[in-house]
Design a protein around this ligand. Structure first.
Ligand code: XBP
Ligand code: MG
Length: 258
């Protein structure tokens, strides 16, 4: 087995709980600003999350809930305009400090950097959203800590397709066996697994009931000494939370271990 050389982080739900009070709220603000009487409540948004990508999610919503929508110009342009407005609202919310990192994220990233591991972001969200979250919640200079930021429309087929992970691995010039992925969702782990990666999962409210059969471990959150993690599936955590030593151990385990 190759030595662990890089950590690959998903963003939404993994680095921060951005969906319910961040993206969802930004979609709703964009709808209102465009004079649409659409509103995505918390539960409906949970269903819409099955569709990854904001533009794809809006298109799915129109197809299923407003199939007779009348709009001037073409639908692609309408969706793109609406989504650009959503991104602006989302970035404003992040800049105002609306969304903190999940517990343990900053510590894990610090440990990895001190150990000389390489870092990458692998997400379906828009690149500007990644920059805004890292800058506001992690560190003003933290974008540079990530050697590769694979995001948004860089590949046409979003998660659960493996493409974005394969793109990131190619950019890092590393084999999957030298990396480990951090995810929060079924779509995320399906993408990472299909790219040949071992994956560590921390669930959130939206993903708690999803299937994570391929995960090296499933936690309720990444954890801190003062805020221990609960192991939902997989081996026990010797120090009570996910530290880099445990990440290295999980990387050594055979894939699909029980
Ligand atoms: C999250 C997504 C994104 C966000 C919205 O994916 O599916 O579409 O919900 O962001 P990940 P955009 O967990 O892989 O980051 O509106 O910018 O697509
Ligand atoms: Mg995610």
């Amino acid at each position: 087995l190759a030595q662990l050389q890089a950590l690959l982080f998903d963003v939404d739900g993994t680095l921060a709980d951005t969906e319910r009070d961040g993206h969802r709220e930004a979609f709703n603000r964009a709808f209102a600003a465009h004079g649409l009487d659409w509103h995505w409540p918390v539960a409906l948004y949970g269903e819409l999350l099955a569709v990854t990508g904001g533009k794809e999610r809006i298109r799915f919503f129109i197809d299923h809930y407003h199939p007779k929508l009348v709009h001037d110009g073409d639908l692609d342009r309408f969706i793109a305009t609406l989504h650009r407005a959503k991104t602006e609202h989302y970035i404003q919310m992040l800049a105002a400090g609306a969304i903190p990192l999940r517990p343990g994220v900053r510590r894990l990233i610090d440990e990895a950097r001190q150990a000389g591991l390489r870092l990458a972001i692998v997400t379906t969200t828009t690149p500007e959203n990644v920059t805004a979250l890292l800058t506001s919640a992690l560190d003003a200079g933290s974008v540079a800590w990530f050697e590769v930021i694979a995001a948004g429309d860089i590949v046409p087929a979003k998660k659960p397709a493996a493409d974005i992970y394969l793109w990131a691995l190619a950019a890092l010039q590393l084999p999957a066996a030298a990396c480990i992925a951090f995810e929060d969702s079924h779509n995320g782990i399906v993408a990472a697994s299909a790219a040949g990666l071992k994956t560590i999962v921390a669930i959130n409210d939206y993903t708690a009931n999803e299937a994570f059969a391929d995960a090296a471990i499933v936690l309720d959150h990444w954890g801190e000494a003062c805020q221990p993690s609960r192991v939902l599936a997989g081996p026990p955590l010797p120090c009570g939370y996910l530290d880099l030593a445990m990440v290295r151990q999980l990387h050594l385990l055979p894939r699909h271990q029980e």
